[in-house]
Write a protein that binds this ligand. Structure first.
Ligand SMILES: [Zn+2]
Length: 514
């Protein structure tokens, strides 16, 4: 007997035992049966709720393998300076900051985000002196679209204690004027440093942002996310617990730990009252970075870090963008596996943006998963085509090559760096089309079925969740999405316009198109 039945649906189960169906029966939070409309009498009891899907397509909910929920919540309550918010020059940035400073109490921080120097007329980062022109009465923290660089005005630099004499921190870089040595205000990889110096947003502000973020995710059919923030630790965990308990965050969350928190990890700190399927810890995030001209951490430090994570039974999730970094990640995992062989480790490389076929083969042979961001091709493709050297461009986000080599590829948005919409990611993976209609590596196109798998089945296995997520099969969690069209039947161009009608988590309708 079922509590909820969806019928007259075009169900794409992603389960090879029964690839299509018309009906899904749900009891409590699990799928109990998948079948034909005729089966309805078998499962219906007096108070069974039913949803007539009227031929619409039903998929398991989308899973986003790499996003940043705190930053997403913050993004809704801070000043948005993304290019599509009419920000095309440094003077646009100045005007927006000036306007927003007018309603602020004295001493408050101005937080702005999302600027993209590629789309600014000046084609450069703004600096402290540009921001001083907007205001010198309030400290300003301006965050780059990637989240990996920040710009501070002079007052903010002073407030956080950065002067001519301040040395670069171990993992970061203080950009300086070549002649005077004076900090320009542009700081690379100093987000953690800044978060220790700048008061965080208040809970009520973050809650307001999370409420909007939650609605946004559900409206896109996202029922599970993996949070990949490198500074994640006990504070972020507590915030997730709070959001879960207050019902502000409905999608299931697997939280990665940052390396610092991993060193201090104690299992008992990470208990949850909402149940493990709603919130639990996942892998450990390591950032491999080349901003300063050489790899950080260096290869032997990286080897030891990965080995420690591997020995502790965690997944290592290595942020590696350029080929060098991907190589280094590969070598570190190889090193750990030689010390302690383990066949099903599922260590992951996040982004893996530049990867020639030989490296793809190496990843496959070591059983390393890749977490890619197809929608970057759409949102950033024009910048890639304009700025990335040809040698690298020909191996950019080579999803088909990775799949053909036998690498398991999971998809994600990296939101708020790009919008979270999985259908846009599926469209980009299948079309390789940029915002202006250019194509980035036509030979790397994949099929809608392959793309769908990257947002469900493979993403579930990227956190060892394939027993409970990733397909519409009896016994799995009842996390579903009803779409107004079938992405496997439509022309690829139209996939990005598919709309979500209903999102279901735990057998409960959590979002419905009004
Ligand atoms: Zn990220």
């Amino acid at each position: 007997m079922a509590d909820l039945i969806l019928y007259s649906a075009n169900v794409i189960t992603m389960d090879s035992a029964c690839p299509t169906a018309q009906l899904i029966a749900i009891q409590e939070n699990r799928i109990v049966a998948v079948g034909r409309d005729d089966d309805i009498r078998e499962f219906q009891k007096r108070n069974t709720k039913t949803i007539d899907c009227k031929g619409k397509t039903v998929l398991r909910g989308f899973i986003d393998a790499h996003c940043h929920l705190h930053a997403l919540a913050e993004s809704y309550v801070t000043l948005n300076l993304e290019p599509h918010h009419d920000v095309r020059s440094i003077s646009d940035i100045q005007t927006k900051i000036k306007t927003s400073s007018q309603q602020l109490p004295s001493g408050a921080w101005i937080r702005a985000r999302g600027y993209n120097e590629f789309y600014l007329a000046e084609k450069r980062h703004p600096n402290r002196w540009d921001l001083d022109q907007a205001t010198s009465a309030y400290p300003i923290k301006l965050t780059h679209r990637t989240g990996h660089a920040h710009v501070l005005n002079s007052l903010a630099l002073k407030t956080v204690g950065i002067s001519n004499e301040t040395p670069d921190p171990p993992d970061g870089l203080i950009d300086r004027d070549i002649k005077t040595g004076e900090p320009t205000g542009v700081l690379y990889r100093m987000g953690d440093f800044l978060s220790r110096k700048i008061p965080p947003l208040e809970n009520h502000q973050l809650d307001r942002g999370m409420k909007i973020a939650n609605d946004e995710l559900l409206s896109m059919g996202i029922t599970s996310v993996q949070d990949a923030s490198s500074h994640n630790g006990i504070e972020q965990w507590k915030m997730f617990c709070r959001w879960k308990e207050k019902g502000l965050l409905k999608p299931r969350v697997v939280m990665m730990l940052g390396t610092e928190s991993f060193s201090a990890y104690r299992k008992q700190d990470f208990e949850t009252r909402t149940g493990k399927s709603h919130l639990r810890l996942g892998g450990v995030k390591i950032i491999i970075d080349e901003t300063t001209g050489h790899l950080r951490p260096n290869q032997s430090e990286l080897n030891e870090m990965v080995l420690r994570i591997h020995q502790a039974g965690f997944q290592a999730c290595l942020h590696a963008v350029e080929e060098n970094a991907v190589e280094a990640a590969c070598s570190a995992i190889d090193y750990a596996l030689k010390k302690l062989p383990k066949s099903d480790h599922r260590h992951r490389i996040e982004h893996c943006s530049v990867c020639p076929p030989s490296l793809a083969k190496k990843l496959a042979s070591l059983g390393i998963m890749v977490v890619t961001q197809p929608a970057f091709i759409y949102y950033s493709g024009d910048r890639y085509l304009g700025t990335i050297p040809a040698e690298e461009l020909k191996h950019l986000y080579p999803i088909k090559t990775l799949l053909k080599s036998g690498v398991k590829v999971a998809a994600s948005s990296d939101c708020p760096i790009a919008p979270a919409n999985p259908l846009m990611g599926i469209y980009a993976a299948c079309s390789r089309m940029t915002e202006t209609g250019e194509v980035v590596l036509s030979e790397e196109k994949i099929t809608p079925e392959e793309a769908l798998r990257m947002y469900g089945e493979t993403t579930a296995s990227a956190t060892f969740d394939e027993e409970i997520k990733g397909s519409i099969s009896p016994g799995k969690l009842a996390d579903l999405v009803v779409l107004n069209d079938d992405p496997t039947k439509l022309p690829v161009d139209e996939i990005k316009d598919i709309k979500v009608g209903i999102t279901i988590i735990d057998g409960e309708v959590v979002w419905e198109k009004s």
